[in-house]
Design a binder for this molecule. Structure first.
Ligand code: GLC
Length: 555
C-alpha cells in the first residue's frame, strides 16, 4: 500500500484558538498569537493541528453554535490571519484539521432567522419542524440534566423545531439536497484556504433521519458520508474526515465503509472507555477485547486514539459496575461528574498528578492502534477548574509561564481565568519551567513523540494482543513490512513479571531491543520472554538485534 497517507502516522494536537495565545491583550486567544506558537508545536513533534470551532458564533456552546460558516469570529482575527496561520503550518510541514459543525447551526444564523420568519422562506425546509409537540420530545437529549427537551416551540414559526443538542442549536435538515450542497460548499471553502480535512462533529446525528416520524432509533443514510468523501478527494486528494461518533464497534465499521469508501478516520470511543476502566481497576481484559473488536477491516481506515478531549469523559457504554469503578477512582465527587454518564476533569488531576500513571496513560495513547490525538496542555499535565460550569472546567487558558494569566494574555481579565494556585496553577505548571527541566513531563512527551514517529509499525501495522496470563498486563505486537514491535503495559501499582511469546511457535526466538532504555530482553530457550515491569511500568521493544532503526523493508 502507498505510504503517503499522512494521517496514518501523524501526531494530532487539538486546541481552541480562544484559549491558546492572546496577541493583542484583549483576554481572548487569537490566530496571531497561535501563529507565533507554531514553532513550539513543531518542536514538540506535532504533525497536525486540529482547531476547535473558530467561525462566527454567539458562543453559547463554545463555538459549536455557528452563525456564519464562512467567517472567522472577529474575536480571533480575520480570514487573512487564518490564512497566515495555515501557511505557517504548511511551512513547517504541519497539517490543519478544523471542526465541521453541521448537524446544527446557532439559532442566530441568518438561515434559521429566515426559516422561522415564514413558512414560505427558502430556508424553512433547512430545519426540522413539527406542528404539534412530538410524543418523544423528552427523549434523546445529549445533555441530560441541563437540556430538558429535543423539540422547542418557536413563537415566530408557530411550530416546534428539533434540536438534538441545546435549544439554541436547531438541527439542520441534512436530508435536504440544498443543505447537503451547502455543506459541501463549506468544506470546499476551507479546503481552498489550506486545511487538510475536518473533524466532523456529531456524525451519527448528521446522517440520521430527522423529524417527528423518525423515532428514537432513526434510519441512517451512510451514503452521505461517501458523498462527502468523494467531494473532498476530488477537490484535494489528501484531505480526510475524522468522525466523532460514539457508536458500537459493529456500527463504527459502517462509518469507515465496507471497502473504506466513507470516513478515513474515527475516534475510538470504544477503546477509550475500556482504557479508563483498565487504568481505574488494573484489569486490562476489557481493553484487550475492545482492541480486537475494533480492528478496521480496511487498510486506509484509521482510529484516532485519545485520552481526554474537550468534552466530558463519556463512560455511557461501560457495564454499570465498570462505570462505577471509574467514577470511584477518578471522579468520586458529584461536582466532577456530568450528564449522568461521565467525568469532566482533565487527566492529570484524575491521576493525582502521579508521574508514573501519567506516563503509563500517555505511553498507551501513543501505542494503541491508530493515530494519537492529544489536547493542548496535556504535554505539561495541566489541571482543571471545577468551579467553572459543565465542560468549561477543562478549557482554561494554556499555561505558558509564571507571568500573570500564565503568560497567555496581558489583559486584566481573560475569557476564562487561568488556573492559579494549588498543585496545578500556572505558577508551578507551565511550559517555560518545564522546558528548562530535562526531567519534566514536557520533555518526556517530546521524547516519546519522537520515538512514536520512528515506530510506524503502530500507525500502519497489524496489531495482535499477545497472551500474558495476567489481566493487569497488556502486551501488543505490531507487524509492518517485516518489522515488528512489542509494547508492554502494567496497569497495577505493584510490579509484575510478564511472561510472553512475541512470535508464533514457528518463528525463530528473537531478541527484543528496548527503544526507550538500555535494558534489552533475551528469549529463553523455548522462545518466551520474561520481563519484570515496575508498578505502572511500560516497555517499547523492536523485535531483533541492537539496531533500533527500522531494518527490513519489502520495498
Ligand atoms: C460535539 C462536541 C461538543 C458540542 C456538541 C454540539 O459533541 O464535541 O463539544 O457541544 O457536539 O455541537
Amino acid at each position: 500500500m502507498i505510504t503517503d497517507l499522512w494521517y496514518k502516522n501523524a501526531i494530532v494536537y487539538c486546541l481552541s484558538v480562544e484559549s491558546f495565545m492572546d496577541s493583542d491583550g484583549d483576554g481572548v486567544g487569537d490566530f496571531r498569537g497561535l501563529t507565533r506558537r507554531l514553532d513550539y508545536l513543531h518542536g514538540l513533534g506535532v504533525t497536525a493541528v486540529w482547531l476547535m470551532p473558530f467561525q462566527a458564533s454567539p458562543g453559547r456552546d463554545d463555538g459549536y453554535d455557528v452563525s456564519s460558516y464562512y467567517d472567522v469570529d472577529p474575536r480571533y482575527g480575520t480570514l487573512g490571519d487564518f490564512v497566515e496561520f495555515t501557511h505557517g503550518c504548511k511551512q513547517r510541514g504541519m497539517r490543519v484539521l478544523i471542526d465541521l459543525v453541521v448537524n446544527h447551526t446557532s439559532d442566530q444564523h441568518p438561515w434559521f432567522k429566515s426559516a422561522r420568519s415564514s413558512p414560505d422562506s427558502p430556508y424553512r425546509d433547512w430545519y426540522v419542524w413539527s406542528k404539534t409537540k412530538p410524543k418523544d420530545a423528552d427523549q434523546g437529549m445529549v445533555f441530560p440534566g441541563v437540556q430538558k427537551t429535543t423539540w422547542t416551540y418557536d413563537e415566530a414559526a408557530k411550530a416546534y423545531y428539533f434540536h438534538r443538542f441545546y435549544e439554541f442549536q436547531p438541527d439542520l435538515n441534512t436530508a435536504n439536497p440544498h443543505v447537503q450542497a451547502e455543506l459541501l460548499k463549506i468544506m470546499g471553502f476551507w479546503i481552498q484556504l489550506g486545511v487538510s480535512g475536518f473533524r466532523m462533529d456529531a456524525v451519527p446525528f448528521v446522517i440520521a433521519e430527522k423529524g417527528p416520524q423518525a423515532g428514537q432509533e432513526p434510519k441512517t443514510d451512510f451514503g452521505m458520508l461517501r458523498s462527502f468523501r468523494e467531494f473532498l478527494q476530488w477537490r484535494k486528494g489528501d484531505s480526510v474526515i475524522l468522525g466523532e461518533a460514539n457508536v458500537l464497534p459493529k456500527e463504527s465499521m459502517k462509518y469507515f465503509g465496507d471497502d473504506g469508501d466513507r470516513l478515513q478516520m474515527m475516534f475510538n470511543f470504544h477503546v477509550n472507555q475500556r482504557l479508563f476502566y483498565a487504568l481505574a481497576s488494573a484489569d486490562a481484559e476489557p481493553l484487550a477485547k475492545a482492541i480486537k473488536e475494533t480492528k478496521p477491516a480496511y487498510g486506509t481506515a484509521q482510529w484516532g486514539v485519545f485520552l481526554r478531549n474537550h468534552d466530558e469523559l463519556d463512560l455511557g457504554r461501560l457495564e454499570p459496575e465498570q462505570r462505577q469503578a471509574v467514577f470511584e477512582a477518578f471522579g468520586p465527587d458529584k461536582s466532577m461528574q456530568l450528564y449522568d454518564r461521565g467525568i469532566r476533569r482533565r487527566l492529570a488531576p484524575m491521576l493525582s498528578g502521579d508521574r508514573r500513571r501519567l506516563e503509563l496513560a500517555y505511553s498507551l495513547m501513543f501505542t494503541l492502534p491508530g493515530t494519537p490525538v492529544m489536547r493542548y496542555g496535556d504535554e505539561i499535565a495541566m489541571g482543571d477548574d471545577l468551579k467553572l460550569a459543565e465542560r468549561y472546567c477543562a478549557r482554561t487558558p494554556m499555561q505558558w509561564s509564571r507571568e500573570p494569566n500564565g503568560g497567555f494574555s496581558t489583559a486584566e481579565k481573560t475569557f476564562l481565568p487561568a488556573i492559579s494556585g494549588g498543585g496545578f496553577g500556572y505558577e508551578t505548571v507551565n511550559v517555560a519551567a518545564q522546558r528548562r527541566d530535562p526531567n519534566s513531563f514536557l520533555n518526556w512527551i517530546e521524547r516519546i513523540i519522537r520515538m512514536r514517529q520512528e515506530v510506524p509499525e503502530i500507525g500502519w501495522g497489524a496489531c495482535s494482543v499477545l497472551p500474558t496470563r495476567d489481566k493487569a498486563a497488556l502486551a501488543l505486537r505490531y507487524d509492518w513490512r517485516n518489522n515488528a514491535v512489542v509494547v508492554l503495559h502494567n496497569f497495577d501499582a505493584a510490579p509484575r513479571e510478564v511472561v510472553f511469546r512475541p512470535g508464533g511457535e514457528d518463528e525463530e526466538p528473537d531478541e527484543l531491543t528496548n527503544l526507550l532504555s538500555d535494558e534489552h530482553s533475551q528469549p529463553e530457550a523455548d522462545g518466551r520472554h520474561r520481563v519484570v515491569l515496575e508498578g505502572y511500568g511500560y516497555r517499547w521493544y523492536r523485535l531483533g538485534g541492537l539496531d533500533y532503526i527500522l531494518k527490513r523493508s519489502d520495498i
